[in-house]
Design a protein around this ligand. Structure first.
Ligand code: IPM
Ligand code: MG
Length: 360
């Protein structure tokens, strides 16, 4: 099979971790007789320095002609400060590339060998942690209008709008139910229905949809309670479905249950529009550019390697290839000999990658 992918390493550790994951992809492709056609493109500060914008037209064009986008990270806080909000890489590049991709799947899995890295007590995690967080990615506060600051100091006012249509809620809930059906059949729908109108609509629609999925156990949970229950009984969560901002926050919290944010991959997926066209699926580790360790071969490549596995699974339908990557990666983590600094080890990014490749 021909695997056409746009590769956007971006800023900070983005280049190192994407490089590592591409080495793994090349080995898997060879082993299973696929051909990788990778087109690299600039994004983030790398693009601003060369083209004057974080998302040049040439990059967008490359993204559009490939079947999937593999993305590292963008943004360098020190340099971001020098730009007006609207020109910063996170907004210009990330939010733009995610357009149309409403379902963001973030997989939090604690490898048994890393149990000691999980900050929770053993008795709380002894049944394992395997949570799929499904975050709505194209609505809510991130895109709602009006948004902005108006007036003059000291009388300025800022507004963000939290809005969801029924259509937007229904399509993400459906991803939640379908995903739960393929897993342990438990779906936690997270909202703030005691206060927010969007959440009240969300809960009503989730309850109604639940009737079509009698095999899936649906529970509703307020977001504040969910943030607590994740620490109190993490093993009981299977699939969580929630709106954009809640999902952003809960997924960072949950990532620590896996031992490190450097372990959590993600896939952002859309659906065909009325003309049958869908946005190009977007794959990224959930961590950022980590400028403090960039360029030192210290970054944990695991999140991006697992992101490549998600890409093989969801875009190319190559489940065996994805499973091979996951198996080799978790073997390295469970063995515990080659771990990066975020997991208390001393191995470099390339050593961890070599170990995964050796296992393949
Ligand atoms: C994430 C990040 C982004 C988000 C930022 C960088 C805009 O935190 O992918 O979780 O909030 O979506
Ligand atoms: Mg985040």
């Amino acid at each position: 099979m021909d695997l056409h992918i746009a590769v956007l390493p971006g800023d900070g550790i983005g280049t190192e971790v994407v490089d590592a994951s591409m080495r793994v992809l090349d080995v898997v492709a060879k082993k299973f007789k696929h051909t990788v056609h990778a087109e690299f493109a600039d994004v983030g500060w790398a693009a601003i320095d060369k083209h004057g914008t974080a998302l040049p037209a040439s990059t967008l064009e490359i993204c559009r002609r490939n079947a999937a986008i593999l993305f590292g990270a963008v943004g360098l806080p020190d340099r971001d400060q020098t730009l007006p909000q609207k020109q910063r890489p996170e907004r210009v590049a990330l939010l733009e590339l995610r357009k149309g991709l409403f379902a963001n799947l973030r997989h939090v899995l604690l490898p048994p060998g890393l149990a000691s890295r999980c900050p929770l007590k053993m008795e709380l995690i002894k049944n394992g942690i395997d949570i799929m967080i499904i975050r709505e990615l194209t609505g809510g506060l991130y895109y709602g209008q009006p948004q902005g600051v108006s007036g003059t100091a000291p009388e300025r006012k800022a507004v963000d709008t939290l809005a969801y249509s029924e259509h937007e809620i229904i399509r993400i809930l459906k991803v939640g139910f379908e995903t739960a059906r393929k897993r342990r059949k438990r779906l936690t729908s997270v909202d703030k229905a005691n206060i927010l109108a969007t959440s009240q609509l969300w809960r009503e629609l989730a309850t109604a949809m639940g009737k079509q999925y009698p095999d899936v156990h649906l529970e509703h949970m307020y977001v504040d309670n969910a943030s607590m229950q994740l620490l109190r009984r993490p093993s009981e969560f299977d699939v969580i479905v929630t709106e954009n901002t809640f999902g952003d926050i809960l997924s960072d919290e949950a990532s620590m249950l896996a031992g490190s944010i450097g372990l959590v991959p993600s896939a952002s997926l859309g659906a065909p529009d009325s003309q049958g066209k869908s946005a190009v699926p977007f794959y990224e580790p959930i961590h950022g550019s980590a400028p403090d360790i960039a360029g030192q071969n210290k970054a944990n490549p695991v999140a991006t390697i697992l992101t490549v596995a998600m890409m093989l699974n969801y875009t190319f339908g190559l489940a065996h290839e994805a499973a091979a990557i996951e198996k080799a990666t978790f073997a390295v983590l469970n063995a515990g000999e080659k771990l990066t600094g975020d997991l208390g080890g001393k191995a470099t990014c390339s050593e961890v990658t070599d170990a995964v490749i050796a296992g393949l």
